[in-house]
Design a protein around this ligand. Structure first.
Ligand code: SAM
Length: 324
């Protein structure tokens, strides 16, 4: 499930950790690599070439043969390796509006936790906090290590790690949380390349049930206005179908949840959700397209990294059901 993927790609995505490093110029942040900027991702043909990602702020594409992990910036946590698509959830969450308090429901090893924290500014908003939950005992250790590395003395309060099952949290105990990132365990088929060869539908259905339950809990937080659901799976069962099942659950639609429109979900990213999967809840092609546009997909191999899916749930102000 981690972002250090088994999937073969020559690009290694790295983001400047804005919690720790105020500089924007990657060539100065990692001077050892003597980076030269290139205009196109396909120009990153070998070490020393660097591409500025147009979708995610402070994200850069380097060649995997660059000796990044021995640089000072990497060792001290000023830069963090994170696949581009895996940066989508925290970016979507904070697009147009930075949340003061957010929850990362399934946090280890902590890529999205530390990325969510990087949008916050304690000096502007002293109540800023990412509540990170992880239920696995060993993985919570990895999460703590990653968060400690990404924070410093001034910012250590930005992330609060809790070893717990997220579904056992009480939503009313987090009255200030307005946004959640939900990235539950999945088949990992977007990472393990040729997963399409042997699809185990029974396993996918079990995963989908679990993903649905975690998301249903996330959608109960009283002040939450945005919840981003994501997987590193390529299968509709874990992606659009979980999204559709949530949207047609009466308890959820009654709360006013719907999908965000494209303009709020990395609008320039071309690959969106699969419209045909929304037929169960939308009667026209246009309505299917509109719902699918509230989701983004990334294909392994084609889109510069791992296979990924994200759907952006937003709560409508009046809590009434949207007309189709
Ligand atoms: N978001 C992480 C990142 O970007 O680094 C990756 C998360 S990984 C896909 C899913 C994680 O959720 C696993 O570490 C798993 O142990 C944890 N998890 C699964 N069910 C959970 C639950 N009910 N509550 C909290 N954590 C859970």
């Amino acid at each position: 499930d981690d972002d250090e993927s088994e999937f073969v790609s020559d690009i290694r995505w790295v983001r400047i950790n804005k919690v720790k490093c105020t500089r924007d110029d990657i060539t100065k942040v990692i001077p050892e690599l003597k980076l030269q900027m290139v205009d196109d991702l396909s120009d990153v043909t070998g070490p020393g070439k660097c591409y500025i990602d147009p979708y995610i702020p402070y994200l850069f594409g380097l060649h995997k043969r660059d000796k990044l992990t021995s640089t000072k910036a990497y060792l001290e946590g000023s830069v963090i390796i994170q696949d581009r698509a895996s940066c989508f959830p925290s970016h979507i969450l904070n697009y147009n509006h930075v949340h003061t308090q957010v929850i990362d429901a399934c946090a280890a090893p902590g890529n999205k936790t530390t990325h969510s924290a990087s949008y916050m500014d304690l000096s502007k908003d002293p109540e800023s906090c990412v509540y990170a939950f992880e239920r696995d005992k060993e993985r919570v250790g990895t999460l703590r290590t990653m968060c400690n590395k990404a924070l410093n003395k001034k910012t250590h309060l930005l992330i609060q790690v809790t070893h717990a099952d997220f579904t056992s949290t009480k939503p009313e105990e987090f009255p200030q949380v307005t946004g959640l990132v939900v990235d539950p365990s999945c088949s990992g088929s977007g990472i393990r390349g040729r997963a399409a060869d042997a699809v185990d539908h029974t396993r996918l259905q079990k995963l989908a049930n679990f993903q649905f339950a975690i998301m249903k809990h996330a959608l109960q937080f009283p002040l939450a206005t945005k919840v981003v659901y994501s997987t590193c799976s390529i299968h509709a069962e874990e992606n659009e179908r979980v999204t559709v099942d949530l949207l047609r659950d009466p308890a959820i639609s009654q709360l006013g949840w719907t999908l965000a429109s494209r303009e709020d979900v990395i609008p320039r990213w071309e690959r969106r959700g699969w419209p045909e999967e929304f037929r169960a809840i939308a009667s026209t092609e246009a309505a299917c397209e509109r719902l699918a546009a509230g989701c983004v997909r990334s294909n392994p191999g084609e889109d510069g990294g791992i296979g990924f899916f994200a759907a952006c749930f937003i709560k409508k102000d009046d809590g009434s059901k949207e007309e189709e």
